[in-house]
Design a protein around this ligand. Structure first.
Ligand code: PLP
Length: 231
C-alpha cells in the first residue's frame, strides 16, 4: 500500500509540475510519518523514500535512533519549544517551524555547540488563523533581518500550514502569497540571505502548492493512511 501511495504522490507531483512548467526534480516529497510506527517508515524507505517529517521532537529522535542504520533525512515540521531545541538540532536536517527570532537564537546557540549550521524555515501564518503558529506576512521581513545575523543558522525559506479545506483551489492564493514574500525579500539583497525553499502543501492541496512554487511538500495521510490520535 505505502509503495503504491508513494508512487501516486510522485506521479501527481510530476503532473502538477508539468502544468506549471517546472522541473519536478526541484520538488522534495517529505513523507510525514508522525504517529506511525518505524516499520512503516522502513516500508516507505524500501519504496525509495528517504526524507521524513515529524511534528514532535521526541518522536523524531526515537525514530532516528531506531532507524539509525538507514540513510534517512529527518525534517521537524511541528511547533518547537525552546527547551527541546537542543534535541531538535542534534537530529533534524531542516527545522520548518521557526516562528520567532528568539527561537532562532536558541537554535543558533545549540547548533554552534556542535559545530553545525542548521537549515531552518520561518513559519508564516499567511491566513492569520488564531489556531496556528507562525509570523504574519507583515512581520516576516523584520524577523529575516534579525535571523540573518546568526552565524549557525541558514535561513532557507518559508513554511506555511494552509487552512484545512476540501477544495485545494481555495489555498492557491495563500501559496502564491508565500512565494511572493520570498521573491520580495530576496530582492532586498539582505546580507547572508538567499532563500530557495518553500515548504507548502499537504495531502489535500500539495498539487496546487506545486503549481504555485512549493519546493517541499509535506504529505502524511495520503501515504500512510489516516492517523489515530487516541492510541
Ligand atoms: C501532519 C502535518 C502534515 C501532513 O498532513 P496530511 O494532511 O496528513 O498530509 C503536514 N504539515 C504539518 C506541519 C503537519 O503537522
Amino acid at each position: 500500500m505505502i509503495s503504491e501511495n508513494l508512487a501516486e504522490v510522485r506521479q501527481e507531483i510530476i503532473r502538477h509540475a508539468d502544468i506549471a512548467g517546472r522541473n519536478p526534480n526541484e520538488i522534495t516529497l517529505i513523507a510525514v510519518s508522525k504517529t506511525k510506527p518505524a516499520e512503516m517508515v522502513v516500508e516507505a524507505f524500501e519504496a525509495g523514500q528517504t526524507v521524513f517529517g515529524e511534528n514532535k521532537v521526541q518522536e523524531m529522535c526515537e525514530k532516528h535512533e531506531t532507524l539509525s542504520e538507514l540513510p534517512l533525512s529527518w525534517h521537524l515540521i511541528g511547533h518547537l519549544q525552546s527547551n527541546k531545541a537542543k534535541k531538535a538540532v542534534a537530529v533534524a536536517d531542516m527545522i520548518h517551524s521557526v516562528d520567532s527570532v528568539s527561537l532562532a537564537e536558541t537554535i543558533n546557540k545549540y547548533a554552534a555547540q556542535i559545530g553545525k549550521v542548521q537549515d531552518i524555515l520561518l513559519e508564516i501564518n499567511v491566513a492569520e488563523e488564531e489556531s496556528k503558529f507562525g509570523l504574519t506576512l507583515a512581520d516576516a521581513e523584520a524577523a529575516v533581518r534579525e535571523i540573518a545575523k546568526l552565524p549557525n543558522i541558514r535561513l532557507r525559506g518559508f513554511m506555511t500550514v494552509a487552512p484545512y479545506t476540501e477544495n485545494a483551489e481555495e489555498n492557491r492564493g495563500i501559496f502564491r502569497s508565500l512565494r511572493q514574500l520570498m521573491v520580495d525579500i530576496n530582492a532586498k539583497s539582505i546580507d547572508n540571505i538567499f532563500m530557495d525553499v518553500l515548504s507548502m502543501g499537504m495531502s489535500g492541496d500539495y498539487g496546487v502548492a506545486v503549481e504555485e512554487g512549493a519546493t517541499h511538500v509535506r504529505v502524511g495521510t495520503f501515504i500512510f493512511g489516516r492517523r489515530n490520535y487516541n492510541i
